[in-house]
Design a binder for this molecule. Structure first.
Ligand code: ZN
Length: 129
């Protein structure tokens, strides 16, 4: 992990080596918690859970599985992106034959006040590459 006032960076390594990595403290994040997760084939979350105020965005990057949301089951796979409201009870299970990798971004629901064009500032300088 490398950190200075301009950025922080860490290396997750090969996806096969990831079980669950929490990045808030590692990267000194101030507006979100992000976890990198890889669930072995046939495994599921140890428990279902909800949140008090944070919504979660799940970005599935490998495999396929089931995403249980208040009793409704979604079939998710590489490329699926799901936003879950704080109070929705959720649980994930990897397919019996395929590992399931995903990132989960946890943010305070309703906290986003500006983004992209409202927040970005175009710079007059750029690298020559
Ligand atoms: Zn959660």
């Amino acid at each position: 992990m490398e950190q200075n006032e301009k950025y922080s960076i860490t290396e997750l390594g090969p996806k096969e080596s990831i079980s669950r990595v929490m990045l808030k403290d590692t990267l000194s994040l101030t507006g979100a918690e992000i976890s990198a997760n890889r669930m072995s084939a046939g495994k599921s979350s140890l428990f279902a859970h909800a949140h008090k105020r944070n919504e979660e965005i799940y970005l599935f990057t490998e495999g396929k599985g089931l995403f249980w949301l208040d009793g409704e089951i979604l079939h998710v796979k590489e490329g699926s992106v799901v936003r879950v409201s704080p109070t929705t009870i959720r649980c994930i299970k990897a397919d019996d034959n395929t590992a399931l990798s995903y990132f989960c971004i946890q943010v305070d629901e309703g906290s986003l006040v500006q983004y992209t064009r409202d927040d970005g500032i175009r710079s007059d300088i750029k690298p020559d590459w």
